[in-house]
Design a protein around this ligand. Structure first.
Ligand SMILES: Nc1nc2c(c(=O)[nH]1)N[C@H]1C(S)=C(S)[C@@H](COP(=O)(O)O)O[C@H]1N2
Ligand SMILES: [Mo]
Length: 446
């Protein structure tokens, strides 16, 4: 896959427009660099003409500036195809697929969002990552119920129809598995795509009923501190969640990007705990039991804990810490010669909004501020972008995000120093890509 385009001759536009483009480029050359090795000031993104001068082609034939006629492409000469009940991506996009181990005997692992093929911040529903502990249950939504019981004054069961009568809310939120980017904890950098490394991460617009609304119906008894959420899958996966979170922004999600939540994501309902590690957002939710203590379920004892240097495991570390990754360029892409490129990537934090993302092109010696895409939402993916003039020499790119609480990503080494050697969950250290002189992109550690 290429990024950017061949640097070609300046486009064949004469007069004042051409002069403006020339001036923009000269301004860059005069010193609009924000950091070493060709990183431009983030405001340069707003200046027109910078990329076109190096990348757009000269209008080649009458085909492009004539109206419909003998020279038109064949698709303009016959009527197009008709409608479809549910649309599909363009034929050329057939390679844009979730990445997962095929031929597995039991569906107990995960599939990854192919971040390297996507833009913006919203994950298409068919490409949301999947993590199933025992496959996707085939639930009859008419027979499914959500029970809320335990330390409540009025235990209640909610059918999907009943839930649909409650007031709903819509929020854009990411879900990230705490095992995401775990390959960064291995000794050698993994030569694999951005999606293979970071694609246990997706971001959707979720719509549903606040759990606090339902808990107000059941009432919560004195002494209640936790809830146990359980799924209706063959794993009956369950997790303990602090009651505080359930009374804050927890949602019983029923819709994902406008349509009913997909079976892979928990149809007909899941609990969504914004900013928390993905595991606690229990899918196919069937039971919320209010308790005075956590239950120490399988998924919060044998898994999803942090092994500390003293050999003890830390439990219940819920929020996903501030993090970012450059997606363009990344492994599998090839730079097409020196010239202007856009570096772009994703930043996110379970603690709230992203406040800044810095990018380096010299392996961490100097950093420049990236532009953040609007709107910057809390606990959602934020796209960052920065223009880069690559001189064709080997370069090491990396990004470093800071969130609104002031937390900044640690270096890979500083992250590792917090834990025992075998700790693999919750990696949020700085990630980096090496660009080689021949334009290939490799995963490197800095
Ligand atoms: N019932 C149930 N809920 C579950 C799981 C599961 O296997 N069963 N997997 C968890 C894990 S580990 C993660 S990371 C997220 C993944 O959500 P997704 O498959 O919608 O991406 O769901 C969580 N909720
Ligand atoms: Mo997970």
């Amino acid at each position: 896959m290429g990024i950017g385009n061949e640097p070609g001759p300046p486009i064949a536009i004469q007069g004042e427009q051409h002069m403006n483009k020339r001036r923009n480029i000269d301004a860059v050359v005069r010193g609009e660099f924000a950091a070493g090795n060709g990183l431009l000031n983030r405001r340069i993104l707003l200046a027109g003409g910078l990329f076109a001068a190096g990348s757009a082609a000269t209008i080649a034939s009458a085909q492009s500036n004539d109206s419909v006629g003998a020279n038109s492409p064949e698709w303009m000469k016959t009527p197009g195809r008709g409608f479809s009940g549910y649309g599909f991506p363009a034929k050329s996009q057939s390679k844009v697929q979730r990445d997962y181990p095929t031929g597995q005997v039991r569906p107990t692992t995960s599939s990854h969002t192919p971040l390297q093929f996507l833009e913006g911040t919203i994950t298409p529903n068919g490409l949301h990552f999947e993590r199933h502990h025992n496959g996707i249950p085939d639930i009859d939504a008419d027979r499914h119920e959500l029970a809320i019981h335990g330390l409540v004054s009025r235990p209640l069961a909610f059918s999907l129809d009943a839930l649909l009568r409650y007031p709903m809310e819509t929020h854009i939120r990411f879900i990230e598995c705490s095992g995401n980017s775990g390959s960064y904890t291995s000794a050698q950098p993994s030569q694999s795509s951005a999606g293979a490394i970071n694609g246990l991460l997706s971001c959707s617009e979720w719509t549903g009923v606040r759990l606090s609304t339902l808990l107000a119906e059941t009432g919560v008894s004195p002494g209640a501190k936790w809830v146990i959420a359980e799924g209706a899958d063959a794993a009956a996966m369950s997790r303990s969640i602090p009651l505080e979170k359930c009374l804050d922004d927890a949602v019983i999600a029923l819709y994902q990007n406008g349509e009913a939540i997909r079976p892979e994501q928990g149809y007909p309902m899941r609990i969504l705990l914004p900013g928390f590690e993905g595991n606690v957002s229990v899918k196919w939710l069937r039971r919320v039991k209010v308790t005075d203590a956590p239950v120490d379920s399988r998924e919060e004892t044998s898994h999803y804990t942090e092994l500390m240097p003293d050999g003890k495991a830390r439990q219940y570390m819920f929020p996903q810490e501030v993090k970012s990754a450059i997606i363009k360029p990344s492994f599998g892409m090839t730079m097409k010669g020196p010239g202007f490129y856009e570096i772009s990537g994703l930043a996110w934090s379970g603690a709230g909004r992203i406040s800044k993302v810095e990018v380096t092109a010299d392996g961490g010696k100097t950093w420049a501020l990236a532009a953040l895409g609007d709107p910057v939402l809390p606990k959602a993916l934020t796209r960052f972008r920065l223009a880069w003039k690559w001189d064709g020499q080997p370069a090491v790119l990396a990004s470093r995000a800071t969130d609104e609480k002031g937390a900044t990503q640690p270096t890979r080494a500083a992250w590792a120093a917090q834990y025992a050697a075998r700790q693999g969950y919750h990696f949020n250290g700085v990630q980096s890509w090496g660009v080689e002189a021949d334009g290939t992109v490799k995963n490197v550690y800095i």
